[in-house]
Write a protein that binds this ligand. Sequence first.
Ligand code: NAI
Ligand code: MG
Length: 504
Amino acid sequence: MTSPPSQSNGNTGSHLKIPKIKFTKLFINGEFVDSLSGKAFEAIDPRNEEVITRVAQGEKGDVDLAVKAARQAFDNGPWPRFSGTKRRRVLLKLADLIEENGEELAALDTLNAGKLFSEGKVTDIPSTAGYFRYYAGAADKIHGTTLKSSSELQAYTLCEPIGVVGLIILWNYPAQIFGFKVAAALAAGCTVIVKPAEQTPLSALFYAHLAKLAGVPDGVVNVITGFGSTVGAAISSHMDIDKVSFTGSTEVGREIMQAAATSNLKPVSLELGGKSPFIVFDDVDVDKVSDLGLAGVTYNKGEVCVAGSRVFVQEGIYDKFVEKVVAKAKAKVVGDPFDPNVQQGPQASKKQYEKILSYIEHGKKEGATLLTGGKPLDRKGYFIQPTIFTDVTDDMLIAKEEIFGPVMPILKFKTVEEVIKRANDTKYGLVAGIMTNDWNIANTVSRSIKAGSIWINCYMNIEADCPFGGYKMSGFDTDLGMEGLYKYLQLKSVATPVFNSPWL
Ligand code: NAI
Ligand code: MG
């Protein structure tokens, strides 16, 4: 996600390499172990709906064991007590190992999530290594402030690691979201229990193996694979987990907050859905902006929380934009994500595939005009054609809800004031794209839109040092940037008399 999406997939034609699956067990206290129940669930290949392998199915008892290990590693182990410099060294080693194993890691997410192998190699995996390097560099720069320095009293703050952290993640970016959260939490000195999505459990287990190789002590990183209603719920309601950070749907974000509220009041950070406006003004180069607009909603087959899935186009350029974008969508190559010529792979899961197709049906029923796509490919697997709707109105479901698929609803607008009002008329507020050469417009709109990230004449520029998080029901707190580290720190203030205390 760190580079702007492009139509080229960057593959240099290297041979197709489907890895042998090495890790399918839970990772607790530095060891791969079976689940207590002995149960396992299927990891599915979305290209052909076949079972890749079976993965240990953790449940509450397994979460308890992981928490025990993480608690011991936090309360008595070396990791939180290491100097920042020492944590930095380990995290840098881990980043190197991620890069060295880049092909295999990319292939796991292609196999299990349908992501383009070429993108994985050039974007997802290098970015993930980059997040570890960024936070490695922060690990020895964590410090508080001096608050008072009068002749009577001095006070200062300490930033302490918050403790045992639960990280619940999703299936669309298994590598990068793991990187956002684990790198920051480890740099802060926390210990973690990671719960990858049940749709994409494989790569998190590989990262855990690499963490051990890099020298992360046992118990500091634990991975429990399994389902949300069991493993996820056990994490968010656990009395001995000090914080939860989540990326996923708004509904589950709400459940996690409730579980935290009715257990130990642990703080939660939520990165939730979006329905982000991609706004195109009359003065742009239509050819270039239609590329970016299409990529903004079809990149990673549209399974992106920041998808620009309400495309507002100003009336003067509207017809030209529609013509270009439709031609480009028709030319897009959908197919096997291991194939270097393919530009869009299958949706990650059957559930997601069916959900997208049902939104497309809604769009048709509500009276939007389907200009291209709208159908699954006539083959096995969860493939959907890039789909474009025009004549979309703000009240249609396809303009209001997160589709999370390669579906572009296009909306026409006249004035700056109008588009600001319409763009903000949503329960979400994750990001917004503004395409214009007029800096007055760019400045006005960027300050008026209620969204956590604004991209002017670029899109999806998620970078390690730019805080990333939402307004409104897109959640709160940020990943990335130094703010993404602070949320794993507990602030403490210490005060003391400078000279003899009058109280002693
Ligand atoms: P989800 O929110 O159900 O799943 C995300 C993670 O939460 C998974 O690891 C899951 O096991 C876990 N989880 C589920 N129920 C839980 C619970 N009660 N307590 C704790 N953890 C729980 O996402 P889902 O159902 O796979 O996707 C549904 C829709 O959500 C998508 O179609 C998309 O619109 C949206 N979504 C948005 C994402 C984003 O990046 N903002 C990511 C994933 C989904
Ligand atoms: Mg769900």
